[in-house]
Write a protein of this length. Structure first.
Length: 446
């Protein structure tokens, strides 16, 4: 049969698009060579957060005396954490499969390859079968990038994030190459469980893509916890489990974890010879259309913002465009929230301080929130707002403190809708909540 839409990749972009198009009454076929849910659900967001939550429980138990609680002989079982992680992932994968089956979406297991294309049809082969569709949505995701450092390839002491998450045993010590989001989350996991951690970051600070206030806050926190953070430092070579730095210094660890970014997966698309790429990622317009009629792309393969919620939103926009839905939707990339699950959590949306002329920053400690003080002994946290001095519109919000991830959406809404300070002051926040820090910071601005 001829399908309305063929989707290659069953991650957040792929399964979101499949469900949306199927609900609209369209025939959809979805190809996935591994497991539904993609990187995020199977070897990324969910397993990482599952392990981090277990580590956080252990960390809180060993520091419970701050809250008047005595916990003796506290220990953890990493294999039990891994078993729970696996159960969580399987449950969520099964849920996605059931949702797609409920919408009568055809799911095909295997690596899909585009065979040919015209302006009205795309032909795909998978597992020995041939499929045709009017439209193709490419959601092939990304893979961990391993830099061309001498001695790093095929080295049993070197892990990427996927191998680290699958390991049944903790390393005795670890050197993490890359102090970005992935590197810092693994540093949080291992440090909380008592594993010696060294972070090597080539840029001048950790989490360099986020506002500088975040790295300024977290660096001394993690240093105090015993994490050795080396910024403005490059790895020139790796020999077995030894890392050689550009200074000539040599560091050793049981495992070397590489967390320096990801690259788009474009295998199986070779027949699309005219497909436009930029730096290895597929070029798309505001509606996720490529330069080829009836070919769309969404998620990490576009090389835009490699986050699961961005992929899902891109998929919604792509399917909406295929269905010619009115009004035509676009993605507000200026209002995409991001979260780093360090301890304390980090959350951010919009521009950073200094990114745009005519804006000024206002910062307040999270201790202006009563609930934050009650639940975060010894922490100060911070909330920074970046405001347009002329229009008084909120352009960016940056948070450090638990649980920032749970209320950054309120800040995202304000940035997305262009709320001004007077408008935001009219929003009523429940008391006591940590989210009140947003309103407290707004009220402090004259």
């Amino acid at each position: 049969m001829a399908y309305f839409l063929a989707i290659i990749g069953g991650g957040p972009a792929g399964y979101t698009a499949a469900e949306q198009a199927s609900k609209a009454g369209k025939d959809v076929v979805l190809f996935e060579q591994n497991a539904l849910g993609g990187t995020c659900l199977n070897v990324g967001c969910i397993p990482t957060k599952s392990l981090l939550y277990g580590a956080k429980q252990y960390y809180n138990a060993t520091h419970a005396q701050r809250y008047g609680v005595t916990a003796e002989n506290v220990s953890y079982d990493f294999s039990a954490m891994q078993r729970r992680k696996t159960i969580v992932v399987r449950k969520l994968v099964a849920g996605i499969r059931q949702r797609l089956q409920n919408e009568h979406c055809t799911i095909v297991s295997g690596a899909a390859t585009v065979v040919s294309r015209t302006d009205t049809s795309v032909t795909i082969q998978c597992s020995g079968q041939t499929y045709e569709a009017e439209n193709l949505l490419i959601c092939t995701g990304s893979s961990s990038f391993i830099p061309p450092i001498p001695g790093i390839q095929d080295n049993p002491a070197v892990w990427d994030s996927t191998v680290a998450l699958d390991s049944k045993e903790l390393p005795a010590s670890v050197i993490i190459i890359g102090g970005g989001v992935i590197g810092m989350e693994f540093a949080t996991l291992y440090n909380a469980l008592g594993i010696p951690v060294t972070i090597i970051e080539a840029l001048p600070r950790i989490l360099a893509t986020l506002d500088e206030c975040i790295s300024d806050y977290l660096t001394p926190v993690y240093t105090k916890r015993g994490v050795d953070i080396r910024t403005s430092t490059k790895v020139t070579a790796v020999e077995d489990n030894t890392v050689i730095l550009d200074s000539g210094e040599q560091l050793q660890a049981d495992k070397i974890l590489v967390c320096v970014g990801r690259r788009a997966n474009i295998q199986g698309l070779e027949a699309l010879t005219d497909l436009e790429y930029n730096r290895g990622a597929i070029v798309v317009d505001d509606f996720m259309r490529t330069n080829l009629k009836n070919i769309y792309a969404a998620g990490d393969v576009t090389g835009k913002i490699m986050l699961a919620h961005v992929a899902s939103r891109q998929a919604e926009v792509a399917v909406g465009r295929m269905l010619k839905q009115i009004p035509v939707q676009r993605i507000a990339y200026n209002a995409i929230p991001s979260v780093v699950y360090t301890y304390p959590e980090v959350a951010s949306v919009g521009i950073s301080e200094g990114a745009l002329e005519g804006c000024e920053a206002h910062t307040l400690p999270m201790t202006y929130s009563g609930r934050f003080v009650a639940e975060n002994e010894g922490e100060t946290g911070l909330c920074k707002l970046v405001v347009n001095t002329k229009s008084q519109a909120i352009m960016g919000v940056h948070l450090v403190g638990n649980p920032s991830s749970e209320f950054i959406a309120a800040a995202s809404f304000a940035v997305r809708m262009g709320y001004t300070l007077p408008e935001f002051r009219q929003v009523v926040f429940p008391h006591p909540t940590v989210a009140e820090i947003l309103r407290e910071t707004v009220n402090e601005i004259q």
